[in-house]
Design a protein around this ligand. Structure first.
Ligand code: ADP
Ligand code: MG
Length: 503
């Protein structure tokens, strides 16, 4: 398997009034498990349903109802763990995290504190070609999502929608290995990309399908390296946690703002209180949500309603056998197989559907040319219309058909763009359209020669000038193209003009 080599990026430094500071960031990503049913009930997880229509007695915590584990959700967590190169724990168990909130009818969340299903793994966070940060994953555990309180529908009342209650989440906890705002956003993007490849999370951040709690601290240059040697957290600064971030842009902005806030306090001789903060994008600030003193005492204890999970290594191996080719491997293969740049390979593998589309176009064709067309023409056009590749009006087969016509010499690159536009708007089979609309390139040298002769005969002045300055031959090329409606084979035209003018 091909692999690209990387060097680590430098940590981002912040210049304070009293010297440089560095950031240390650890993320807790909450990813909704792609599953039709909830973690402990058979209720549907469909997004956007009528409020409280996807709620079973278990989700509503009716007395006497017992949770039953959804095996598929466990499988998805294992698949995710394997995709993040993590250890799978054959023994894991569920715990109750107790707190009161109107959208949590049980009065506790079932989670995995003491024995998570997935142990240590790692993620390669590519920043630019050749540069990537290796971020260690500490654990992934399975837990239930809470419902939603709705405060903005009535002046006197709040409502509760329990549709989301009990939906399976994977909490993916990183080690504090992320060293800047851009890296943090890129880390979330990479996790999202891998989970989407695996099919274990849709990663729709607008719907809250993937959200992150961001832990930020600042330290002096050299401190982080000491931490990596000793694993001693006390050499790092005190962290603050920014809750519930659901956009890459906000993650970056919030970290930047939070870092500057902490640096200002420290340089002023103050100290950082460990606390949970909220980011307010309108005000461009983070503010206290709750301090350590107010932190919940969750009184975790093993959930008596659920037996521990014991899974077989053979089951884990079987899941491992079905893993798709993951982004890093696919990107490396695109570079070696198609001879494209790492940058282009990154663009084409950003989303699994992009990569699949590209490979359909490239199959049996010139890979580099296919990459060019997919990236520049197709993605360019899709971006303009704010469409995804899965909504593309041009199929991979149609785009491949256009490339075949170029390869055969039936159409020039320029005509191919016109053809692309026609198919984009009207659909149709490329070869048929070219035939029906007379778009075929004129390679018949006789016809081109005749056109060249006509133009030379009609423009003796230009002929004299071109003979003195061969660069002016381009004018003749333009004229021939005009005369043939852009259909003359450009190579043949250049050749014939050069011959006739004696250049
Ligand atoms: P909690 O439940 O209290 O949030 P977790 O262990 O679930 O604790 O997650 C803590 C997160 O904070 C992890 O991602 C960890 O890497 C990160 N973290 C721990 N110490 C620091 C620090 N000094 N600076 C930045 N991040 C940190
Ligand atoms: Mg946590």
């Amino acid at each position: 398997m091909a692999e690209l080599s990387y060097t680590e990026p430098k940590p981002k430094t912040f210049a304070g009034a009293k010297g440089d500071w560095e950031l240390v960031i650890g993320l807790e990503v909450h990813a909704q498990v792609a599953s039709k049913a909830k973690l402990f009930s058979g209720a549907s997880t469909k997004f956007g349903a009528e409020p409280n229509s996807n709620v079973s007695f278990v989700d509503a915590a009716m007395p006497g109802m017992l949770p039953v584990i959804n095996e598929f959700c466990v499988e998805q967590a294992v698949r995710s763990g394997l995709g993040l190169k993590a250890d799978i724990n054959l023994y894991s168990a569920f715990d109750r995290k107790n707190y009161f909130y109107p959208d949590l009818p049980q009065g506790y969340q079932i989670s995995q504190l003491y024995h998570p299903i997935v142990g240590e793994g790692e993620v390669l966070v590519d920043m630019e070609p050749g540069i990537a940060r290796k971020v260690r994953v500490e654990r992934i555990h399975l837990e239930q999502d809470a419902g939603k309180s709705v405060h903005d529908m009535d002046p006197n009342m709040s409502f509760v929608d329990l549709n989301r209650t009990g939906v399976a989440l994977m909490e993916i906890v990183s080690r504090p290995d992320i060293r800047g705002p851009e890296e943090a956003a890129a880390y979330v993007a990479k996790i999202r990309q891998i989970l989407r490849y695996l099919g274990t999370c849709d990663g729709n951040m607008q719907n809250g399908n993937l959200r992150a709690d961001v832990n930020v601290s600042v330290c002096k240059p050299g401190d982080y390296e000491k931490f990596r040697e000793t694993d001693d957290f006390s050499v790092l600064g005190t962290r603050c946690e920014i809750k519930n971030m659901n956009s890459m842009r906000f993650i970056q902005a919030a970290i930047d703002i939070e870092a500057r806030r902490q640096i200002a306090i420290l340089e002023d001789g103050g100290s950082i209180d460990q606390e949970t903060r909220l980011y307010d994008p309108d005000k461009g600030e983070t503010r206290t949500m709750r301090s350590k003193e107010e932190a919940h005492d969750y009184r975790y204890f093993p959930c008596p309603d659920l037996l521990p999970l014991r899974i077989e290594q053979s089951w884990v191996d079987a899941i491992g056998d079905t893993l798709p080719e993951l982004p890093d491997a696919k990107k490396a293969r695109f570079v070696t197989d198609y001879g494209m740049t790492e940058y282009d390979a990154g663009v084409l593998t950003a989303d699994i559907s992009d990569a699949t589309f590209f490979e359909k176009v490239a199959k049996g064709r010139d890979g580099k040319q296919a990459a060019n067309w997919v990236i520049n023409e197709l993605f360019g056009r899709l971006n303009k219309e704010d469409l995804k590749v899965t909504d593309s009006p041009i199929s991979a087969a149609q785009l491949g058909g256009i490339l075949d016509l170029i390869a055969k010499g039936d159409i020039s690159g320029k005509i191919a763009k016109d053809l692309f536009e026609i198919i984009w708007n009207e659909g149709g089979e490329p070869a048929e359209i070219v035939e029906a609309r007379g778009m075929k390139q004129v390679t018949d040298t006789g016809a081109i020669e005749a056109a060249v002769d006509d133009i030379i005969a009609a423009n003796p002045d230009q002929v004299e000038k071109a003979k003195l300055n061969p660069k002016l031959a381009g004018w003749f090329v333009g004229q021939v193209m005009k005369a043939t409606g852009g259909k003359a084979n450009p190579k043949a035209v250049n050749q014939i003009i050069a011959e006739k003018l004696g250049l």
